[in-house]
Design a protein around this ligand. Structure first.
Ligand code: AMP
Length: 461
């Protein structure tokens, strides 16, 4: 996952990009970068870590110009290293181009091999660079045409923003896997992965880009183009379950309302004879509230999250993740002791986190722990930009719900049904990608067996 932001025609372009990225920090914190076009050249600042680690007043001052874009990265293709930090900036025969990308291209390895055979030299191991090479190999008078040609060759998930000397371009793949929203800041167009970025800036959320739409912003003017490729829309439902911020609206839904509906439905599908509902913060907060409202059981903040630790999953190394679980959550004994607890979380992936939390809640004196999960069992890896392990590592791919219940040490375990999940969101079920729960992939990757992070051989930084 990644967060992307871009703005056109604003004197404080880089500052607003910095603020926009701040609001999108939950989408990745491995690396951050901003590029601006200062009228003569691309100015770029990138570094490993979160926005606050990379940017200060001085760095922002260097990013002059009225057109900027930025990226906050969580690697799903290519190693977590500075050479893969975005934006990627290149010089082509059409002029300089900078790009940021959220998603995962499923034919990037094949395209890269083909391009390398005809002489391309890649600087990164990121799938995003393939788009730039495809553009450079097919120059056109109008750079927008060259980008659209390149996008017709790549397959998979991309929401991306491009800066050129003349324009800012935003594009969403024909399935619309990842979100991308158009905003308006004092009459200036801006684009963000999620609408919460606009709230921070005081910008107005205008609309989501359509799947397959390419929007070109030149000064205050907007042009909308369509890629010639048409596909079944497949917006990622896991964004609504877990990834997006609850104060955003995505794919036509308020994230918080969708999660409340998931929790309420879960309470109807899987009631528990219990005394209270405890959310696993922050991911389980809204579904737990929905569960509590529907069941009439009181909501208790029985687990406290240390907010100075990043999301447990965000770092790609297993050792860091294991440490993260312990350092992140602590029970509030007076709220839990002697009570039968319904513990609500958004998902179980590997199943390494839940047993620790269940143990923690029992150690704080809970008499019973009933675990409720606000999505169906995760049985298939994601190839479209969510960091997920291989099928072998997914606990639900290899164990029944009863077996998982035993493995996590809960008194009972229930997942939200797929029907329940679809009923909690607005669009028709055909409009979403639910492959992580069904194994039904809208776009089959070129090499199905590979993990996303190993799409390309790892390189040292
Ligand atoms: P685990 O079952 O130990 O793999 O961890 C599952 C927990 O990690 C869930 O409760 C989510 O809150 C969170 N999570 C699930 N999927 C992801 C993901 N792709 N990236 C980051 N965090 C995730």
């Amino acid at each position: 996952m990644c967060g992307i932001f871009g703005i056109e025609g604003h004197v404080d372009a880089a500052n607003f990009t910095y603020l926009g990225l701040y609001a999108l920090q939950h989408r990745g914190q491995e690396s951050s970068g901003i590029v601006s076009w200062d009228g003569e050249r691309m100015q770029v600042e990138r570094g490993m870590g979160a926005i606050a680690d990379v940017f200060g007043e001085e760095t922002l001052e260097r990013l002059a110009g009225e057109r900027a874009l930025g990226h906050t990265r969580y690697s799903t293709a290519g190693a977590s290293a500075i050479h893969n930090a975005q934006p990627i900036v290149v010089n082509t025969s059409m002029g300089p181009v900078a790009i940021v990308h959220n998603g995962n291209l499923v034919n990037a390895a094949n395209e890269r091999r083909r391009l390398e055979h005809s002489g391309s030299i890649f600087q990164t191991s990121s799938d995003t660079e393939v788009v730039l090479h495809l553009m450079a190999c097919n120059p056109r008078q109008d750079l927008v045409d060259s980008l659209m040609l390149a996008l017709q060759r790549v397959r998979g998930a991309y929401s991306l923003i491009v800066v050129t000397p003349d324009e800012l371009i935003a594009a969403r793949d024909p399935h619309g896997f990842r979100p991308l929203t158009l905003g308006d800041l004092d009459g200036k167009p801006c684009f963000a992965s999620e609408s919460c970025a606009f709230d921070l800036l005081g910008a107005r959320a205008v609309r989501d880009l359509e799947p397959g739409e390419v929007v070109v912003a030149r000064n205050a003017n907007l042009e909308s183009h369509r890629l010639a490729v048409h596909r079944q829309p497949a917006s990622c439902l896991f964004e609504l379950v877990y990834f997006a911020r609850p104060d955003s609206s995505l794919f036509g839904d308020s994230v918080s309302e969708a999660r409340l509906a998931m929790g309420a439905r879960l309470a109807r599908e899987a009631p528990a004879d219990a005394d209270c509902v405890v959310p696993v913060p922050d991911s389980g907060l809204f579904s737990a509230l929905g569960y509590s409202r529907e069941s009439g059981l009181p909501l208790e903040f029985g687990l406290i999250r240390n907010h100075y630790v990043g999301r447990t999953f965000i770092e790609p190394k297993q050792s860091i993740r294991d440490f993260g679980v312990k350092v992140k959550l602590n029970p509030v004994r007076p709220l839990i002791e002697g009570r039968r607890v319904v513990l609500v979380d958004d998902s179980i992936v590997r199943g390494t986190t839940s047993p620790k939390i269940v143990r923690m809640v029992r150690a704080a004196g809970a008499r019973e722990v009933h675990l409720r999960i606000s999505c169906p069992p995760t049985v298939s890896p994601c190839y479209y930009g969510i960091d997920m392990p291989t099928r072998d590592e997914l606990i639900a791919a290899n164990n029944s719900v009863d077996e998982i219940c035993e493995l996590v040490g809960a008194d009972s375990l229930a997942y939200l049904s797929l029907d329940g999940l679809y009923d909690s969101v607005s669009n028709e079920r055909g409009g979403y990608c639910a492959a992580c729960w069904t194994g039904d992939y809208p776009e089959v990757p070129a090499d199905h067996d590979r993990r996303q992070v190993e799409l390309f051989p790892r390189q040292e930084a």
